[in-house]
Design a protein around this ligand. Structure first.
Ligand code: C2O
Length: 571
């Protein structure tokens, strides 16, 4: 009798242990990232680039939904660094999000910090990058999340999967480029090349022999995971003679649609299926600028080669035959961008938040700071002796320097930020018309907007015509949001609200807000912490196009932030 009870107890213990294993679900992946200067040769010249483990681009992380990542960063470079896991929800684990002075102080040269987080309910392609100054020019890599073990993609199983990281290369030290811009107030120098998986490709000097080759075979269907990791440039992406079927973006599945061209703002990812349905040969994969602003830009084209394994040229004589080149859209082809972005839908009807608690309207755009007349003119080399600026609702965001916003929020430390970010622009004006010069100068500030746990938020993101209109890729940390509508001109609540897609809008972490237009996003504030929202053009973050949401804890442990890790860097 006693022994039956004993075995029953043993069984119960065993079963509950098993259950907790199943609940925890995934595996834990440990990685070491050493941030270090590494000689990298591109465009005929070698630079001492900051890399992870000497690799450029950095290592690809491959995990399954439900897995935990433990990544130790050791900083052996001469710059402060942090790493951001772009698009990871970081539920309750905001300490691992990464933007410097927002969720942590930077990891100093010689220091280290271990990021720990679990992937909960996300599948598809994300990426990681440095979130400190312009280090992400060379410090970035892919983060691939496959379905849970035993589960499959909601589309045809691809034969091969290839990450395609689009990057931007300066024939200079990117940190010097941004420092010079900050000093002078002028726009930073344009890049000298775009890259595919770190290589500029055939059309640049000294680059042909390293051009990336992407294999395909007749009849097979492959998955390309395209990531725009460029610093400052939205990019068109096209492959000669092949159609692309979009199946996912920003690690959320989409209703599949077919297109011959993609546009990705920096920060965005797009997964596409491609079928080997052409006579075996070599085809260029190409990317170049979508430029919506009136400003100078890098107008070069990066290429890789889609090569059929049975192509008549063997690896020895392929160099003699030129691959087929796709015709890319014109640099300013906004119509193509609009048609593309309006094709996105969620795969099935979704629960879009309604009964909105927080109805917010944020202007986004550039500005110019006037200089005092006797001001050092070397510091005022922007248009007409000004300094470039940018803002949301006329607040030009300034990072703190003594402690992170998240620490100050959690520990109620005053004097670091104020929670008075305006819900609406301080003045209403014709945002996309001819804006009076008196409205061109933003006000600097470290302002957050407080959200109650669980509040349902709508934000109208309205581009302005100040200095220049521009397509801004707006990225929100810690959340995915539904893009319920986009349009041109000034958002009109009376007429535009009727056009909202509240049935199957796409879920993303970065929205490309149309130039001289607007986009409306919705999300539920169910993740406590301090979450940066910013333009993913790094030059615009440098100028202040950012703000922070401060989301309160809810009720109980599952709605409360985890305590800060012991090794959280100090300022
Ligand atoms: Cu991909 Cu705040 O960044």
């Amino acid at each position: 009798m006693a022994s039956t009870r004993f075995f029953a107890l043993l069984w119960l213990l065993f079963a509950s242990a098993l259950l907790s294993l199943v609940n925890a679900g995934g595996k834990t992946h440990h990685h070491d990232f050493v941030i270090q200067a590494t000689p990298v040769k591109r465009l005929c010249k070698t630079h001492n680039s900051i890399t992870v483990n000497g690799q450029f681009p950095g290592p690809t992380l491959e995990v399954n939904n439900g897995d935990t990542l433990v990544i130790k960063i050791t900083n052996k470079a001469r710059y402060n660094v942090t790493i951001h896991w772009h698009g990871i929800r970081q539920l309750r684990s905001g300490w691992a999000d990464g933007p410097e002075f927002v969720t942590q102080c930077p990891i100093r040269p010689g220091g280290s910090y271990t990021y720990r987080f679990t992937i909960e309910g996300q599948e598809g392609t994300l990426w990681w990058h440095a979130h400190s100054s312009w280090l992400r020019a060379t410090v970035y890599g892919a983060l691939i999340i496959r379905p849970r073990e035993g589960e499959s993609y909601p589309f045809q199983k691809p034969k091969r999967e290839t990450p395609i990281l689009l990057g931007e290369w300066w024939d200079a030290n990117p940190i010097d480029v941004v420092r010079q811009a900050t000093r002078t107030g002028a726009a930073p120098n344009n890049s000298n090349a775009f890259t595919i998986n770190g290589q500029p490709g055939d059309l640049y000097n000294c680059s042909s022999k390293d051009t990336v080759v992407v294999p395909i075979e007749v009849g097979e269907t492959n998955l390309l995971r395209v990531i725009n990791a460029a610093l400052n440039q939205p990019l068109f992406f096209k492959i000669a003679n092949h159609k692309l079927t979009v199946v996912s973006a920003d690690a959320s599945y989409t209703k599949p649609f077919t297109t011959d061209v993609l546009m990705l703002g920096p920060g965005q990812t797009t997964d596409v299926l491609i079928t080997g349905d052409q006579p075996p040969a070599r085809f260029y994969i190409a990317a170049r600028a979508y430029q919506s602003a009136s400003a100078s830009f890098d107008n070069t084209t990066t290429t890789a080669i889609l090569q059929y394994k049975s192509a008549p040229c063997s690896s020895t004589n392929c160099a003699a035959t030129k691959p087929v080149m796709p015709q890319l859209p014109a640099f300013n082809d906004t119509a193509t961008v609009t048609a593309f972005s309006r094709s996105f839908r969620s795969p099935r009807p979704v629960e879009v938040p309604t009964d909105i608690d927080e109805n917010l309207f944020f202007t986004i755009g550039l500005g110019l700071n006037r200089c005092p007349t006797k001001f050092n003119s070397r510091r005022c080399q922007g248009p007409n002796g000004t300094r470039f600026a940018s803002s949301m609702n006329n607040v030009s965001f300034v990072l703190p320097s003594t402690i992170s916003i998240l620490q100050a929020f959690q520990q109620r430390i005053p004097g670091v930020f104020t929670a008075d970010f305006p819900a609406n622009p301080p003045v209403k004006f014709d945002y996309t018309g001819n804006v009076s010069r008196s409205l061109w100068q933003p006000v600097p500030g470290t302002k957050g907007y407080r959200l109650k746990y669980g509040s349902r938020v709508q934000i109208v993101l309205q581009d302005t015509n100040i200095v220049t209109p521009e397509n801004h890729p707006i990225h929100l940390h810690g959340y995915d949001f539904y893009i319920v509508a986009e349009g041109f001109g000034n958002f009109n609540p009376k007429t535009d609200t009727k056009k909202f897609n509240l049935v199957d809008p796409p879920l993303r972490n970065t929205v490309a807000v149309p130039a001289n237009g607007w986009a409306v996003i919705r999300f539920v504030a169910d993740n406590p912490g301090a979450w940066l929202m910013h333009c993913h053009l790094d030059v615009h973050i440098t100028w202040g196009l950012a703000m922070v949401f401060l989301v309160d804890n809810g009720v109980g442990e599952l709605q409360t932030m985890q305590p800060p890790p012991e090794d959280l860097p100090l300022c």
